[in-house]
Design a protein around this ligand. Structure first.
Ligand code: HEC
Length: 103
């Protein structure tokens, strides 16, 4: 198959919304599902929920894993943690680690 047809075929396949790997905004879009509580780009106002901006990805992933397993008691995060695949959580954690903390 000539290279151009291959590229065209790939583009066709990836036009589908479930073609996640091709979506440059995937991490940001997934991370946006946390923003209601943790603030825009992880910079929350108020003190009830901790900000995620600038927190090391490993720390976020470790905390999520603890919520998932029940090792860390939670009011809501144990449920939220179970709603994402490991791949999605990595994207989200890396996204927030790269955000600039507000203060
Ligand atoms: C409905 C509100 C809500 C949403 C949405 C939400 N969180 Fe949370 N988050 C909380 C609350 C409340 C806590 C404190 C633990 C608890 O009571 O569940 C918390 C705690 C955390 C902590 C631990 C912070 C610390 O330093 O103790 C992390 C990490 C975290 N959330 C990540 C996320 C990620 C990633 C998402 C998106 C996938 C997300 N949260 C979505 C409310 C939310």
């Amino acid at each position: 198959m000539p290279l151009r047809s291959l590229a065209a075929a790939a583009a066709l396949v990836c036009a589908a919304p479930w073609c996640a790997a091709q979506d440059a905004n995937l991490a940001r879009n997934l991370a946006a599902t946390c923003a209601n509580c943790h603030g825009t780009n992880g910079n929350v106002r108020g003190k009830d929920v901790k900000p995620l901006a600038g927190v090391a990805a490993e720390k976020i992933l470790a905390q999520i894993a603890d919520f998932k397993s029940g090792a860390q008691p939670a009011t809501i995060m144990h449920q939220i943690a179970k709603g994402y695949t490991d791949e999605q959580l990595k994207l989200i954690a890396n996204y927030y680690a790269a955000q600039k903390p507000a203060q």
